[in-house]
Write a protein that binds this ligand. Structure first.
Ligand code: PHE
Length: 385
């Protein structure tokens, strides 16, 4: 900043012209000095010099002109205008300085960082970035899907918000059938005006993707369906209203129950280890007939009995069965509605389906006691995988 140069003039005369010149000179000097202000400290110095209560050039100097003037009223008004212009200029200057000061502080910080990095010791080991791990549920789904992919199954997925038709009707759950109660369905609100089959709900299983795939594609079909499903279940150590399933469907000529048994026996051995055995028990699902529940010999104790298999030596793992002819009939009816040829004539083709819960398998495999841990996002849990 160049040194302040302005000093109050000795007024030689007190004419209006003399006063006008003096006021002009004040404003002129003020704006020239303002031009040189660059830092908050200089701004403060400038403020005191010009606007200070007693010794400030505006109050002390300019006001003294007024006292000398012949026409005090005119001089007073001029003084007021000069003061307003001066204050306007000062407030603009203040905001400019504040902005510049902030910027230079930021810039200073960056420069300081640069200086710090210049002193980094390049021989020290670097900071290792953790890239995370695959979530145990994703991993279980992927590994199970891969077992079937290796058998020639292709992966299919479908929507989580489904219609009653795909989730129930086509899977042979008639309206009001008690089997619907076993699914604890979460329905989308405000659907009452639609026909039942078009009403939306959260899919309760991955089986609707069986229907969607058969409606879209004629046999042969071998598909594996990983996905998220929803049920109105109370959360506890083994239940969650949102969970995952892996489902499979095989449709072709001459598919029999022994194909189903052989496929699942092979898949369980591929997933859990070649020493596991499987056994099948009669069960019920509306969309398979006959239906079965499958147990595997405990992969942890080899069937001797341990905590994981609740000392029975066996663990129940999946549901399965031969595709119910009623399902094929519903698929063909929908294909015809969609302008496609019917393709699922039960005199020529047959199929099997199976479905399993991913959380259940992952809990068993990794020894997880509480299903909620999968969804907690707690790194202390997730870091163990
Ligand atoms: N969809 C059934 C369920 O969620 C499981 C299943 C799938 C059973 C395929 C048999 C065949 O309970």
């Amino acid at each position: 900043m160049t040194p302040a140069t302005y000093t109050l003039p000795e007024l030689t005369g007190a004419s209006d012209a003399d006063l006008a010149r003096a006021f002009d000179a004040i404003l002129h000097s003020l704006s020239r000095e303002a031009h040189d202000v660059e830092t908050p400290e200089q701004l403060e110095h400038f403020r005191v010099r010009w606007f200070g209560d007693k010794a400030g050039l505006i109050n002390k100097g300019a006001a003294s002109f007024v006292r000398l003037a012949h026409d005090k009223r005119l001089a007073g008004n001029t003084f007021k205008q000069v003061k307003e212009s001066a204050e306007q200029l000062y407030s603009e200057l203040t905001s400019t300085i504040q902005r510049t000061d902030l910027l230079s502080k930021k810039l200073g910080a960056t420069l300081a960082d640069d200086r710090a990095s210049a002193s980094i010791d390049l021989t020290l080991p670097g900071t290792r970035r953790s890239i995370g791990v695959e979530h145990p549920l994703t991993r279980t789904m992927r590994e199970m899907t891969a077992v079937f992919a290796a058998l020639g199954y292709s992966v299919r997925v479908g929507p989580e918000v489904e219609t009653d038709f795909y989730n129930f009707e086509a899977l042979n759950f008639p309206p009001n059938h008690p089997a619907r109660d076993t699914q604890d369905t979460l329905v989308v609100a405000g659907q009452e005006a639609k026909p039942l089959r078009e009403r939306l709900l959260m899919r309760t299983h991955t089986s609707p993707v069986q229907i969607r795939s058969m409606v879209a594609n004629a046999p042969p079909l071998r598909i594996v369906i990983p996905g998220k499903v929803h049920r109105n279940d109370e959360s506890d150590a083994t239940h969650s209203p949102i969970f995952h399933q892996v489902e499979g469907l095989c449709v072709d000529t001459d598919i029999t129950f022994s194909d189903l048994k052989g496929t699942l026996d092979y898949a369980m051995k591929a997933f859990f280890g070649s020493s596991v055995k499987t056994r099948f028990f009669p069960s019920y699902f509306p969309f398979t007939e006959p239906s079965a529940d499958v147990q595997i010999s405990c992969p942890f104790c080899g069937g001797k009995g341990c905590r994981k298999c609740k000392h029975s030596g066996w663990i129940e793992l999946l549901g399965c069965g031969m595709v119910n002819p009623a399902v094929f009939a519903a698929v063909d009816a929908r294909r015809i509605e969609n302008g496609l040829e019917p393709a699922y004539d039960t005199k020529k083709i047959s199929g099997f389906a199976f479905g399993m819960g991913v959380e259940r398998i992952a809990m068993m495999k990794y020894g997880v006691g509480d299903i909620g841990q999968f969804y907690s996002g707690d790194l202390r849990f997730l870091n163990q995988f």
